[in-house]
Design a protein around this ligand. Structure first.
Ligand code: F3S
Length: 397
């Protein structure tokens, strides 16, 4: 792989041990995937934040790196394992939280913003069209590549962190035009809404693995609906990019490939979607905890949640997962108050998957996200029910 003079100096340790180690990681990745060079990045998004997923080994690695490593580009953090403010109220232990805070501190020391969200594009980390970035949260990668037209591979936590510290990443895969060509045409025969999007993403992700789908919808989806679609695609498959006819920024270019190459076609109807929704639940029992906001909720989603629960008293606990920044706007708009009056909680910095909810007293989790439905049983060992919020809530008698 070709390195510039400056990159060679970094690789040879002239900018310190941390930079040298990170360059080694980037060059190794580039060699594995056949990159010819490194490419400068404009932002990074770093996963591997929850103590539940990285443990003591991860904490030690990050603390050691934080002694002399600093990021060179704007960088944000993925969700942590607890709400950094109301962790006690939610029932999380002091022992876990102490380790969690140490992880977040170490990342902050490196200059990474402790946004603790999987929707960095809702809190100011918004790359421009065509810019090269190094993001690692799979749903955010899908959003950045597909909706924003930025270019990133599905980086692992160490890869994204190394890229942030060196300000560059290996130029292969989704950074190249060739790596962004669609290879499955998905034709939606039916108009879709709400939790249909997650089910479609889950079904197509299973079908295509790491491929690139090109969707044709009957109605224009909202950005929130595309966010759910991408998260599900990235969790059942390893999709990092999709195109939507007349919607996403590279769709005209992709449409030409779809018609010239006569790629495989998948027709999706209402029965397919309903069947997938049923498969996504592991039980028919009623949830005692409902978690929405996977990926982290936008202000518009929180508004809809507040409209759904306004004036109700809920039997089941409701968590609305989001970032601290979006919650601040929800507070101002009065949505938080409505949700809390119904008995729900706004939960920041974390989510139903990366928090140790298995240590709390819940048995069945209700979710409206196919990604969460896919991960909660494995990551938390709890049953899951997949449906729209209005069908998950139980009113107090
Ligand atoms: Fe985000 Fe957690 Fe879902 S990190 S995408 S809310 S699993």
């Amino acid at each position: 792989m070709h390195l510039t003079r400056e990159e060679e100096k970094m690789y040879d340790g002239e900018e310190g041990l941390a930079v040298e180690k990170c360059m080694e990681i980037l060059v190794a990745l580039g060699d594995i995937y056949g990159a010819e060079k490194l490419v400068p990045i404009t932002s990074a998004q770093i996963s591997g934040v929850s103590y539940k997923t990285i443990g003591d080994a991860g904490l030690e690695f990050i603390e050691e790196l934080s002694n002399d490593a600093r990021v060179r580009v704007p960088s944000t953090l993925n969700p942590a394992g607890v709400d950094l403010k109301i962790w006690k109220e939610l029932g999380f232990s002091e022992e876990f939280t102490k380790k969690q805070l140490a992880i977040v501190d170490a990342y902050q020391k490196m200059g990474i913003s402790a946004t603790c969200t999987c929707t960095p594009y809702l809190v100011g980390n918004v790359p421009t069209f065509g810019s090269h970035i190094a993001w690692s949260e799979s749903s955010a990668v899908c959003y950045a590549n597909s909706i924003l037209g930025a270019r990133t591979n599905r980086e692992g936590g160490p890869g994204a962190l190394s890229a942030a510290i060196c300000g560059r990443t290996a130029n292969y895969g989704y950074h190249l035009d060739e790596g962004r060509r669609p290879n499955l045409f998905v034709d939606l025969e039916t108009a879709v809404e709400g939790s249909d999007f997650g089910a479609i993403g889950y079904m197509v992700g299973n079908n295509i693995g790491g491929g690139i789908p090109y969707f044709k919808f009957k109605r224009t989806p909202s950005t929130d609906q595309l966010k759910w679609l991408g998260a599900a695609l990235a969790s059942s498959g390893s999709v990092a990019l999709y195109h939507v006819e007349n919607i996403t920024p590279e769709s005209k270019w992709a449409a030409k490939i779809v018609s010239d190459d006569k790629i495989e076609k998948l027709i999706v109807n209402k029965a397919d979607i309903n069947e997938t929704k049923i498969k996504l639940s592991t039980t028919e029992e009623k949830p005692d905890l409902i978690c929405v906001g996977c990926p982290h909720a936008s202000l518009e989603e929180i508004k809809r949640v507040s409209e759904t629960v306004a004036g109700l008293k809920l039997e089941n606990m409701l968590w609305v997962c989001t970032s601290i920044s979006v919650k601040a706007s929800a507070d101002r708009m009065g949505y938080t108050e409505i949700i809390e009056n119904a008995g729900g909680k706004m939960v920041c910095d974390t989510c139903m998957v990366v928090a140790p909810i298995e240590e709390l007293d819940y048995k069945v989790v209700g979710v409206d996200s196919a990604k969460a439905a896919n991960y909660v049983p494995n990551m938390c060992g709890l049953d899951v029910v997949y449906n729209d919020l209005k069908n998950l809530i139980i009113e107090k008698k």
